[in-house]
Ligand binder design. Structure first.
Ligand code: CUK
Ligand code: CUA
Ligand code: CA
Length: 640
């Protein structure tokens, strides 16, 4: 079956497959996918055989006790967490809860985590669901600096920040007046201040258009639906500004000079209904001139929307026709694109075609020329629009001038040379830009390479997030894991090196060298204002019906053997783990009270609950810590 092998550039084109998919074809996308799968599923071994034979696969197998050489930060999809994988082994090392409660650590149970997640006036969690898609980390001098990572929540339009010293979420910001917050990307330096060579902003695109302000006016009129592009301050996590735009936002990319951010748009039509979103022949890659937007905000050229105080500048087409003053530029790309990625040489943004079998290469210097009035039409910044295969979604880079684009419908990754594609587009039909193709199992979404979107792209490993795993793992009923495949890209030919099942449903991920992080494995007592620093401070303090219980843990005992409260008391229990040995975590569970959380070495956590059930309750350590772990208990007595 050679269906996946055809390409514009490496073999003769096959009639009919070179055209853009129309609406009807898109509606039956699932059907196409299923049928492609069957042909592949018939001989999965055959697909992998040529590469397995190369012997490369052994490079991913670590001996017991050996450490991985790369960190991978994976989004957890609708589990609302971030996963940490070691690569090349593919071992999952940690899940970092962000948007959704987590039973292991007590995320959403402790007061500290609830404060980060956000609560309603009654103290309960504002949201208990999430949908994280994109993970990116902070930069310095074009490479990751190990300070922060960010992750989006599409459902409730929240941005979470992860501290990469402790691998915990420390702040969550909800974006005002948007829905379907999808793409994120941190800037890589400041557009005007050369001294600021690190991330200070995170850009967030909103995929859905909504009536603004969204106050219940029923409307089907497309022109009343709007989307915005949002800038969040990397340090304070406050929303700095928003740009009202035509069309919508999907993915986000930033330039290495800090001057440009961009989002690909699949709904320039502002369609409210499914078919409407595919009516236009071309959509856009929308560029933002960061320095000009910040200047406009400084100059007070903004409005606010509804109860939000965030400055909103006008980025619509009509208001930005004059390049000399424009805040935005709409570069036209084939209809319904997906993914925009920045090449590590800093020169290009690449949009994947999705409904079009193409990759579009946009030269950033030319976009800047347009803003300077030196280029007549901004579409002249397109330096290549070349055929790659069916259903291109995302592109990664090896630092040697090649892009690796996932082809969702072809179930492949295509390796292509960007400069050759530019030559081909310019008329040199001998320029061979497609260098290799590899079958993946199956239907890949995101792809990323080690260090891909940094100046230090090293072209070693490529991970591919396959949306369907079908027959690749032992059957476990209807719900299949995703298949994160690892491909060795160090040679001319890509070589499949491993399959890794992951719990649904990661989208995006980044992979970087382990040397870039220096995580701390023990907290500092002073990081926690409520810390009980000495076991002698333990005890029960009553203030009317409010009771504070202070306690410490040191294996294998809690500092209080028992504590007594009265029925109806509002109890706040503060627990500090005074063990400072690496890996010595304790748990604290109260039966019938829905309380269970952990305290890591020198961490303090607290919970608040109403003691509404009288009786004796054995609070116990849930985290195996010591030979006498089972004996590690304290008694809560709730007097009637
Ligand atoms: S999206 Cu999921 S495969 Cu949310 Cu980045 Cu493209
Ligand atoms: Cu402490 Cu188990
Ligand atoms: Ca469209």
């Amino acid at each position: 079956m050679s269906q996946g092998k055809q390409s514009p550039n490496d073999t003769a084109p096959v009639a009919g497959r070179r055209r853009f998919l129309n609406t009807a074809a898109l509606a039956s996308l699932a059907g196409i996918a299923a049928c492609t799968d069957k042909t592949k599923a018939a001989s999965p071994a055959a697909a992998a055989a040529p590469h397995a034979a190369s012997g490369e696969a052994s490079a991913t197998h670590l001996k017991p006790g050996e450490l991985d050489t790369y960190y991978g930060l994976w989004s957890g999809g609708h589990t609302g967490d971030m996963r940490v994988l070691g690569l090349p082994s593919g071992r999952e090392i940690l899940r970092i809860p962000c948007f959704v409660p987590d039973a292991l650590v007590g995320w959403g149970i402790t007061n500290e985590s609830k404060k980060i997640m956000g609560t309603k006036p009654d103290g309960s969690l504002r949201y208990t669901v999430g949908d994280s898609h994109h993970v990116h980390a902070s930069y310095k001098d074009g490479n990751y600096d190990g300070r922060y990572a960010w992750i989006n929540d599409k459902i409730n339009s929240r941005l979470a920040r992860i501290r990469l010293d402790y691998f915990v979420c420390d702040k969550i910001t909800e974006l005002p007046n948007v829905q379907g917050f999808h793409g994120i990307f941190p800037d890589k330096r400041d557009p005007v201040d050369p001294a600021i060579n690190y991330t200070t902003r995170v850009f967030c695109g909103a995929e859905f258009q909504i009536p603004l302000p969204n106050q219940g006016q029923a409307t089907d009129k497309a022109e009343q639906y709007r989307s915005m592009f949002t800038c969040v301050d990397a340090e304070t996590m406050e929303v700095r500004w928003q740009v009202l735009i035509d069309g919508n936002c999907d993915l986000t990319a930033t330039s290495y000079d800090g001057k440009l951010a961009a989002t690909n748009q699949y709904n320039v039509e502002s369609g409210v209904h499914f078919e409407d979103m595919m009516s236009a022949e071309r959509d856009a890659c929308l560029f933002f001139n960061i320095a000009r937007i910040e200047q406009a905000v400084k100059d007070g050229k903004f409005r606010t929307i509804g109860s939000s105080k965030v400055p909103v500048v006008d980025g619509t087409r009509a208001a930005n026709a004059d390049p000399k003053t424009a805040l935005t530029a709409y570069v036209s790309v084939p209809k319904n694109p997906h993914g925009v990625n920045a090449s590590p040489d800093g020169k290009y943004f690449i949009c994947a075609g999705k409904l079009s079998p193409t990759g579009t290469v946009i030269e950033l210097a030319k976009v800047l020329d347009w803003f300077d009035g030196k280029l007549e039409k901004v579409d002249q910044a397109i330096v290549a629009e070349v055929e790659l295969g069916l259903g291109p979604l995302h592109t990664a880079f090896d630092g040697r001038g090649n892009g690796y684009t996932t082809l969702f419908l072809d179930s492949q990754v295509v390796k292509w040379n960007i400069e050759a594609a530019i030559k081909f587009h310019a008329g040199d039909k001998t320029a061979k830009y497609v260098l290799d193709r590899i079958d993946v199992q199956y239907q890949p979404g995101h792809v990323n390479a080690s260090q891909s979107e940094t100046v230090a792209a090293d072209g070693k490993w490529l991970a591919v997030g396959c949306k369907f795993s079908k027959d690749r793992f032992l059957p476990v009923g209807p719900l299949h894991p995703e298949n994160e495949q690892l491909i060795d890209i160090s040679g001319e030919k890509m070589a499949l090196a491993g399959d890794h099942p992951v719990r649904g449903e990661p989208h995006d991920f980044i992979i970087f060298k382990r040397e870039l992080l220096r995580p701390k494995q023990v907290y500092a007592l002073d990081d926690f204002p409520l810390a009980v620093k000495d076991p002698k401070e333990s005890g029960v303090v009553r203030n009317g019906r409010k009771v504070t219980v202070k306690m410490t843990s040191q294996a294998p005992a809690f500092s209080l053997r028992e504590f007594t409260v009265k029925k109806g008391d509002e109890v706040t229990l503060i627990l500090t783990n005074l063990d400072k040995v690496e890996d010595l975590t304790h748990g604290f569970a109260i039966p019938k009270y829905n309380v269970n959380f952990i305290v890591n070495p020198l961490e303090t956590a607290s919970v608040t609950f109403v003691a509404d059930q009288p009786g004796v309750f054995w609070c116990y350590c849930t985290h195996f810590c010591h030979a006498l772990h089972l004996e590690m208990r304290t008694r809560m007595i709730v007097e009637a």
